[in-house]
Design a protein around this ligand. Structure first.
Ligand code: AP5
Ligand code: MG
Length: 209
């Protein structure tokens, strides 16, 4: 199975991608995680990426396409999380996969309303493991993660104004991918508990497994 997960910021892409990849034995590739690794490396490119991510805008297509293509070159089954995020990336991904003879099985749209994603993101804490997606509830900023031993902090793009920008860019650039993937799109309700969403996704994806 070769699949992409898209949806608004905070819709649970990272949380569910991690669980679904493990369940179906897929390579999980998150462009957000890759970009944050580049930022942490302290490189010049990382400094430029930080500026963009902190403003809530999208990083340039050339940078993300290159990162993704390098990593999927020899991988048969994968789950892309947060990529593609606009029409140009989606078309470039299809061209690249067609050339490799390994087309995308399809796309999963995780549907969560704006007020719910704002609630999730403004309450989120992250640590160094698993991009902070699953371990932070019940802890406060500065507490140490029992899994990796680093302190929980806010993500650099989770402040109120940046979340608004991320949502705006999502609605103007990413949500249109529902039309692009018509015929190979699974729309899944991303509300409810993590386990409930996981169960819906597991079932929805079975035909592509
Ligand atoms: P990225 O890291 O991909 O951020 P995002 O898409 O804005 O989404 P998040 O990672 O914030 O949320 P998520 O949907 O993964 O949800 P999560 O599981 O964490 O991208 C960051 C930035 O990088 C972008 O803004 C852009 O600048 C750049 N970028 C990335 N990809 C790019 C691309 N392709 N092109 C250009 N630029 C790119 O869950 C969120 C929170 O909710 C967590 O605390 C979690 O514990 C909680 N939660 C999850 N599920 C539930 C549930 N069912 N109920 C309650 N809480 C839940
Ligand atoms: Mg994520």
């Amino acid at each position: 199975m070769r699949v992409t997960f898209f949806g608004p910021p905070g819709s649970g892409k990272g949380t569910q991608a991690e669980m679904i990849s493990e369940y179906y034995g897929l390579e999980h590739l998150s462009t957000g995680v890759l970009l944050r690794e580049e930022i942490r490396s302290g490189s010049k490119l990382g400094d430029r990426i930080r500026e963009t991510v902190e403003s809530g805008r999208l990083v340039g297509d050339d940078i993300v396409n290159r990162e993704v293509f390098q990593r999927i070159e020899d991988v048969e089954d994968f789950l892309l999380d947060g990529y593609p995020r606009n029409m140009a990336q989606a078309q470039e991904l299809d061209r690249h996969l067609e050339a490799l003879g390994r087309p995308l099985s399809g796309a999963v749209f995780l549907q969560v309303p704006d007020d719910e994603v704002i609630r999730r993101l403004t309450g989120r804490l992250v640590c160094a493991c698993a991009d902070g997606t699953r371990h932070s509830s019940g802890f406060s900023e500065g507490d140490v993660c029992p899994e990796c031993g680093t302190a929980f902090v806010r993500r650099i793009d989770d402040s109120g104004e940046v979340v608004d920008n991320r949502l705006r860019h999502y609605h103007s650039l990413t949500s249109g991918l529902k039309g692009y993937y018509r015929g190979r799109l699974l729309s899944v309700d991303g509300t409810g508990t993590v386990e409930q969403v996981f169960s819906r996704l597991r079932e929805a994806l079975r035909p592509w497994a």
